[in-house]
Design a protein around this ligand. Structure first.
Ligand SMILES: [Mg+2]
Length: 315
């Protein structure tokens, strides 16, 4: 039986990567120095086995995703990710599993130049709690400052992760393009930073486009006119939908786990933002615009969506 401190020392403790980490893993608390004048952004999220991820997901993918879903919330605020803490609850001290998990977690953090600075390991049902800290020198992007007339832009297509979930539930191995979106999401940190100063409001799409748009609309006290044809299934999504005898529209509009950003940007700045996003390798899409009247209006045929299943419900 490997002890908690041994697991942490072996798999998580590394030399600090920046001088701003005055004290990292191994003391009673981390000691961090934010940039002078920076506003600190703090977000926390918990992943529970069977609820947020399937029990057989590879440990390195789980580590990657646990970090990325939190980094995505920093991206939505236009922040620069800096530090992460991790509370890991494990049914057993499986050394190989923890090693793979730590590798995935670290790879995700390093991709956005963030650093794990502390945490805790306990015994219990597999649960992963992560806190991410980021910084911004300017005002952070929020959900509540959108204006009527703003265009709604996504950093990329949605529904691929939900398609993978549907495939797995039906016993069909999803195409790698779909499974990658589910297991190895990418927080759009650079896209969020680019949106700060151009967009009025932003949110990351974790629970589905319509569910997260609803958060933005409520916070900004607005409604939206959506283009029903703006979001199309990828070829892999359409092929899977055909084989399952399902329509892809619910995956696209209500499927979760995409971690694209949804922003409200004034029309005169939209092309500037879209060009920057395209230079970052993204494929941005305009899906509609904001209107004063509350609720949703559709241009084109509104997708048929079961309102009960639309958007991830946390309780
Ligand atoms: Mg979020």
């Amino acid at each position: 039986m490997t002890g908690e401190f041994e697991l942490i020392a072996r798999h998580f403790k590394r030399p600090a990567r920046s001088a701003e980490v005055r004290i990292g893993i191994g003391d009673d608390a981390a000691a961090l120095t934010p940039a002078p004048g920076a506003t600190l952004l703090v977000t926390t999220d918990t992943l529970v086995v069977g609820r947020h991820f399937r029990p057989d997901v590879p440990a390195d993918a789980l580590g990657w995703k646990a970090a990325m879903v939190n980094l995505s919330d920093l991206a939505a605020m236009g922040g620069t990710p800096r530090w992460l803490t991790l509370a890991l609850t494990l049914p057993e001290a499986d050394d190989a599993w923890v090693a793979a998990f730590a590798d995935g977690f670290r790879a995700a953090a390093e991709q956005v130049e963030a650093e794990l600075v502390g945490g805790d390991i306990t015994r219990g049902p597999l649960t992963i709690g992560v806190t991410a800290l980021g910084e911004t020198l300017d005002a952070p992007l929020t959900r509540g400052a959108a204006q009527a007339g703003d265009q709604l832009w996504l950093t990329g297509t949605t529904g691929q992760a939900a398609a993978a979930v549907a495939g797995l539930a039906a016993g069909v191995t999803p195409d790698a393009s779909l499974l990658t979106r589910l297991d190895r999401p990418q927080a759009r940190c650079a896209a969020g930073r680019a949106a700060r100063g151009l967009a009025h409001a932003a949110i990351d799409v974790s629970d589905g486009v319509l569910a997260d748009l609803d958060h933005l609309l409520k916070a900004s006290r607005l409604g939206a006119r959506l283009d029903a044809d703006a979001l199309r299934p990828t070829a892999a999504m359409q092929a899977l939908a055909d084989s399952l005898g399902e329509a892809p529209a619910p995956w696209i509009w209500t499927g979760g786990d995409d971690y694209e950003l949804l922003v409200a940007v004034p029309p005169e700045r939209a092309q500037t933002l879209a060009s920057i996003w395209a230079e970052q390798g993204l494929a941005p899409l305009c899906i509609g615009e904001l209107v004063d009247a509350p609720g949703l209006q559709w241009q084109g045929d509104a997708p048929t969506i079961d309102p009960v299943s639309s958007g991830f419900r946390h309780f």
